[in-house]
Write a protein that binds this ligand. Sequence first.
Ligand SMILES: Nc1ncnc2c1ncn2[C@@H]1O[C@H](COP(=O)(O)OP(=O)(O)OP(=O)(O)O)[C@@H](O)[C@H]1O
Ligand SMILES: [Mg+2]
Length: 253
Amino acid sequence: MVETGRLSIKGLNVYYGKNQVLKNINLNIPANSLTVVIGPSGCGKTTLLKSFNRLLDEVEEARVEGQILLDNQDICQQEIDVTQIRKKMGLLSQRPQVLPMSIYDNIAFGPKLHQSLKKAKLNQLVEKYLGQAGLWDEVKDRLNEPASQLSIGQQQRLCLARGLAVEPEIILCDEPTSALDPQSSRKVEAQLQNLKINYTIVVVTHILRQARRLADYAAFLYMGELIEFGPASEVLTAPQDARTRAYITGEIS
Ligand SMILES: Nc1ncnc2c1ncn2[C@@H]1O[C@H](COP(=O)(O)OP(=O)(O)OP(=O)(O)O)[C@@H](O)[C@H]1O
Ligand SMILES: [Mg+2]
């Protein structure tokens, strides 16, 4: 089997105008596991995630140098089809952004865009992805209600299901639980844990306890530099670098 969902970042520099916010990042993100990106506010975590699916194209003052290889293809090349890249990488943002339509249609929307499907097949897909996001049991009797009527925690799992429905290889999450209550956060975390068997997952978080619960691998960013990357058990408990140690002990925040 050819392994897919491998992300390899080589010599990545990102500038906003004259301000360099990512500095020579070299990082191989392992497939079928969950990598957390941690670091103080403003260190470049969101910028790093945005570079992965070419969202910086939409920021006029942003300039990107280096290579981002997705399954050995450099996605920074101009001629790459950005829609295809984004289909391979789902992005779950801080706040759930449900589409103004029913719960059912939120999930059916992506598959319908990419292929014409019979109703029975669509029903199957809707159940499958709501199930994978841990939401099916809670919504199966109200699929035709507007998605906006769900609680915020349910909406975030709906967004996760909608992302899964386009069958990505990689799931990028930028502080995916920061708008959620603790119970909803745990539910989203539990689904990410289940999903990492089949996907490559990258989670930006500033919650160290969450990082410890979730991560197989951890990357510590500080002032635009990748200071340390490795198995979470090492980086989050016995880091090599004094700056990582200062961060995980709360001396710098
Ligand atoms: N569109 C932009 N134009 C100019 N500067 C920007 C822009 N977006 C981000 N920056 C700057 O780039 C740096 C990195 O920002 P980024 O949002 O990646 O940090 P972050 O690590 O995600 O922070 P936080 O933890 O607060 O979300 C910051 O100094 C920020 O002010
Ligand atoms: Mg951020």
